[in-house]
Design a protein around this ligand. Structure first.
Ligand code: GLA
Length: 731
C-alpha cells in the first residue's frame, strides 16, 4: 500500500510543474504556470505591472508557450483598462469599478491603492507574487498553491503594513479568479434556511454582479460559500467544462460573481465587506482566508468528485487518511433535554445491540440545562442528572464496545446561567442597547482573549476529565448587535475577523492537546459548513431536517460541494417531526446510508422487528461504507427533477459500486426508468447483489461493466416512498 502510494506521489510530482517563463529578467514578461491533476493555471505580469490571468482550464502540454500578457483595452473613457484586464488581485484605486480584492483608508484620508508587481518567489507547490502600492509601503503577497492530485488551486494574500502608521482594511479577498470571455455561463449555488438547507439554484451569469454572502457572523445556510460555473445547456453530469470556487472562512463572507463590460467573469471571495473593517497597525500583516478554485472538463459531476477527493485527501484534519466515520447513535430526538444516567445507559444498551460504534449524548447534560432557556455557558455536569459525573455512563458505553461523544455549544450563553451572571460584558453587544436573543441565548464575543481562554479551558478540562472520543460542536443562532466596546472604536469591527480566528485557534489547540478526539461542526443543522471549518473538524451535520425523503434533496445539494465522507445522516422516527411523513425503516436507512450513517431514533419505542432490521442494515452499511464515504459519487437521477432519485458510488479501487434508488411516487402504471451505471470498467465482470428491493426478472446475475453502463439495469419499484439498494462487485 505504502509502495503504491509513494509511486503515485512520484508520478504526481513529475506531472506537476511550476514554471517561470524564460523571460525572467524582464518583469513585464513574467509568467507563472501551475499544473496539477488535469488542470493548468497560468498568470503573468503585464507591461503595466498588473498580475493577470492568462489561462485556467484543461491541462496543456508542458511545452506550450504563452505570449506575454497584455492589459485589456479600456472600453471607453468610462471604463479604463484596469476594468477590462482580468486581474488576479486589485487594490481599489486608479478608477477601478469592478470588485476589488483590497480596499483601504489611510489615516490622512487617502483611499487610493494601486498595486504593481514587485517580486516573486517560486515555492514547492506554488508561487508568491509580491505587489506594492505605487507610492505607499503597502505590500500584498499574492499566494498560489496547487493540489497535485486534483489541480485545485488555493489562493490567499498577505497584506503587510509598513507605512509607519495604521490603516483600515475595509474590504479584502483571498483573490479573484477570472473566466475567459463567453456569453453563456451559468452559475450554480445553494440557498437555504434552518431545516431547509442545500437548495440547489441555477441562473445565467448576467451583466453586473451577483453576490452570495453571509452577514450573520458565521457561514450561514442562506448561501454557502461555494459556487460552480458551467455553460448553459451543459446538463450532462459528466461532460462539459466547469469552474468552481469555495471559500475557507467560517465568518461573514461574500463571493462576488461579476460579468464585466467586456463579458469577462470575475469571481472574488473573502470576508463580507458589509459593516467590515480591520485595523492593521504598522508592522502587522493580515492573512486572508483561503479561496479555492478548481476546474473539471467532466461536468458538474466531475467537479464535485474533484472537491470530494480534495477534501478527503488534502483538507480534513487526518487527510490523506481520515478515519472512516463510525456508525453513531445520538440521543437528541429520543430524549431532548431529558437526559440522565439511567436513561442514557438504557439507550446505550440498545444502540450497542444493533452494531452502533459511537454513542453520543446530546444537549441537556450540563448546568441547569433542562430546556433551552438556561445553562449554556456552564460546562459542568448537572449533578441531579449525573450524580457520579459522566464516568459511569462513559464506562458503560465503553463496556459495550462503543466510544463516547458529547454535545457542546461553546460560543453561546443563556442569560440564565452562572457565566452570564458573572460576565454580562462577555457577549456581543452595543453598550446601552438591547441584546437580542435567539433561542434564548446570546453570542459570546470570542474575539476577546478572556472569552477565548475561558472556552478553551472549559473544553480542555472536559476532555481531560472524561474519556471523550467525539464532540458535537453546535452553534444555534446568528449574530446581532456585533459590538465590542472593550477595544478602541477603530478596532471594534475587528470582531468579524478575530472571532473566527479565535474559533479556529480553539479548534486547533484542542486538536493538538487531544489528537484522538474527533469533532463535528453543527450549527442548528448545516449553518457552519465550509472548507475553513472542514480543515479542523472531522464531519459536519448538514441539517436538523431528518425526514428521509427531504434528506434526498438536501443531501444531493450538499454533495455538489462536500463529500459524503463528512455528511452525517441519522435514521430517525416515523412519522418525522418535520413533515409528519411516515416512511419505512428500510427507506430511512437507505437514505442515511448515502452518507455517514447515524441513528437518532428513540430506540425505546422500537419493536423486535425494528431492531432486527437495523442490525441487518448497519451490517450492510459497514460492508459498503468505504465505497460510500471515499468513492466517486455519480448522481444518476435527481430527486429535483422527477419522482426518482438514484446515486452510485464507485470505490477507489474500482472493485465495488453501490447503488441507492428511491421512488417518490409511481403513477399511471409507469415503470421505474432504467438506470445506467457509470464509472465501471467496460470489460470487467461485475456480479449484482440486490440488498433490498428487487431488480426486474430478466436482469443477469453478472455482466460486464459495459452492459451495466450501456444496457443498464431495471428495478422493480412501485408505490410511494419505495427504495432499493444494489451492490456490484467486480469479479
Ligand atoms: C441543534 C442541533 C440539534 C441538537 C440541538 C440541541 O438544533 O442541530 O441536532 O443538537 O441543537 O439543542
Amino acid at each position: 500500500m505504502r509502495r503504491i502510494r509513494s509511486a503515485a506521489l512520484l508520478m504526481a510530482a513529475v506531472a506537476f510543474s511550476i514554471q517561470v517563463s524564460r523571460a525572467q529578467s524582464n518583469p513585464s514578461q513574467r509568467v507563472f504556470r501551475l499544473d496539477g491533476g488535469d488542470v493548468t493555471y497560468v498568470a503573468g505580469v503585464n507591461d503595466a505591472g498588473q498580475l493577470q490571468t492568462m489561462y485556467w482550464g484543461e491541462r496543456l502540454p508542458a511545452a506550450q508557450e504563452f505570449a506575454p500578457p497584455k492589459p485589456g483595452q479600456g472600453s471607453s473613457s468610462f471604463d479604463m483598462s484596469s476594468n477590462t484586464t482580468p486581474q488576479e488581485f486589485t487594490g481599489w484605486g486608479g478608477g477601478l469599478y469592478v470588485e476589488p480584492d483590497l480596499k483601504v483608508t489611510f489615516p490622512d484620508g487617502n483611499r487610493d491603492l494601486v498595486l504593481k508587481y514587485q517580486s516573486h518567489r517560486v515555492v514547492a507547490d506554488g508561487f508568491d507574487v509580491v505587489m506594492k502600492d505605487i507610492s505607499r509601503e503597502v505590500y500584498v503577497t499574492v499566494q498560489y498553491r496547487i493540489d497535485r492530485e486534483t489541480g485545485i488551486v488555493r489562493r490567499s494574500a498577505e497584506v503587510s503594513n509598513r507605512t509607519g502608521a495604521p490603516f483600515l482594511i475595509e474590504q479584502v479577498a483571498g483573490g479573484t479568479y477570472n473566466l475567459p470571455r463567453a456569453l453563456n455561463y451559468q452559475l450554480h449555488y445553494v440557498t437555504g434556511r434552518w431545516a431547509g438547507e442545500w437548495d440547489l439554484q441555477q441562473q445565467p451569469v448576467h451583466a453586473g454582479r451577483t453576490v452570495l454572502e453571509s452577514r450573520r457572523g458565521t457561514t450561514g445556510s442562506q448561501n454557502n460559500p461555494w459556487i460552480m460555473v458551467d455553460h448553459v445547456g451543459d446538463h450532462d453530469q459528466d461532460t462539459g467544462e466547469v469552474w468552481f470556487a469555495a471559500l475557507g472562512w467560517s465568518g461573514s463572507w461574500q463571493i462576488s460573481i461579476e460579468q464585466d463590460v467586456v463579458k469577462g467573469v470575475r469571481i472574488t471571495g473573502g470576508p463580507n465587506a458589509f459593516d467590515f473593517s480591520y485595523l492593521l497597525k504598522n508592522g502587522e500583516t493580515f492573512q486572508t482566508p483561503y479561496f479555492y478554485g478548481g476546474f473539471s472538463s467532466q461536468g458538474v459531476g466531475g467537479a464535485s468528485r474533484l472537491l470530494h477527493r480534495f477534501e478527503v485527501d488534502s483538507l480534513l484534519p487526518h487527510a490523506p487518511q481520515p478515519k472512516l466515520r463510525p456508525v453513531l447513535y445520538n440521543s437528541w430526538e429520543a430524549t431532548t433535554f431529558n437526559v440522565d444516567e439511567a436513561g442514557q445507559m438504557a439507550l446505550a444498551d440498545k444502540a450497542a445491540s444493533i452494531g452502533v460504534e459511537r454513542f453520543v449524548m446530546d444537549d441537556g447534560w450540563f448546568g441547569q440545562r433542562n430546556n433551552d432557556h438556561a445553562g449554556l455557558g456552564d460546562w459542568t455536569v448537572n449533578p441531579q442528572k449525573f450524580p457520579h459525573g459522566l464516568k459511569p455512563l462513559i464506562d458503560k458505553v465503553h463496556s459495550l464496545k462503543m466510544d463516547f461523544g458529547l454535545w457542546v455549544e461553546p460560543e453561546m450563553v443563556n442569560p440564565d446561567s452562572d457565566l452570564y451572571r458573572k460576565h454580562p460584558d462577555w457577549v456581543l453587544n452595543f453598550t446601552g442597547r438591547p441584546r437580542t436573543e435567539g433561542r434564548n441565548q446570546l453570542v459570546l464575543n470570542l474575539a476577546r482573549k478572556d472569552v477565548h481562554d475561558y472556552v478553551l479551558q472549559a473544553l480542555d478540562k472536559l476532555l481531560n476529565e472524561n474519556d471523550i472520543a467525539f464532540l458535537k460542536w453546535d452553534y444555534n443562532r446568528n449574530w446581532s448587535e456585533p459590538g465590542w466596546s472593550a477595544v478602541p472604536v477603530e478596532e471594534q469591527k475587528n470582531v468579524y475577523v478575530d472571532f473566527t480566528r479565535n474559533y479556529y485557534d480553539i479548534l486547533e489547540k484542542l486538536r493538538q492537546k487531544h489528537p484522538s478526539v474527533e469533532i463535528e461542526s453543527c450549527s442548528g443543522g448545516g449553518s457552519r459548513v465550509d472548507l475553513g471549518v472542514m480543515h479542523l473538524t472531522d464531519e459536519v451535520w448538514p441539517s436538523d431536517n431528518t425526514d428521509a425523503y427531504d434528506r434526498l434533496l438536501l443531501q444531493e445539494g450538499f454533495s455538489y460541494a462536500y463529500s459524503p465522507a463528512v455528511m452525517m445522516a441519522w435514521v430517525t422516527d416515523s412519522p418525522t417531526w418535520v413533515n409528519q411523513r411516515a416512511l419505512s425503516l428500510e427507506y430511512r436507512f437507505l437514505s442515511s446510508m448515502q452518507g455517514s450513517l447515524g441513528i437518532g431514533a428513540n430506540l425505546n419505542k422500537w419493536t423486535p422487528e425494528d431492531f432486527a432490521k437495523a442490525r441487518t442494515m448497519i451490517d450492510v452499511y459497514k460492508g459498503v461504507r468505504e465505497t460510500v464515504q471515499r468513492g466517486s459519487l455519480y448522481r444518476l437521477m435527481s430527486p429535483r427533477e422527477g419522482e426518482q432519485a438514484v446515486t452510485e458510488s464507485v470505490s477507489r479501487d474500482g472493485r465495488q459500486a453501490v447503488i441507492f434508488a428511491f421512488l417518490h411516487s409511481s403513477s399511471q402504471l409507469y415503470p421505474f426508468p432504467r438506470i445506467y451505471l457509470r464509472g465501471l470498467r467496460e470489460d470487467a465482470i461485475y456480479k449484482l447483489r440486490v440488498v433490498t428491493g428487487k431488480s426486474e426478472d430478466d436482469t443477469p446475475q453478472s455482466a460486464t461493466g459495459a452492459y451495466w453502463m450501456h444496457h443498464g439495469v431495471d428495478v422493480a419499484l412501485r408505490g410511494d416512498f419505495q427504495a432499493a439498494m444494489f451492490v456490484l462487485d467486480r469479479q
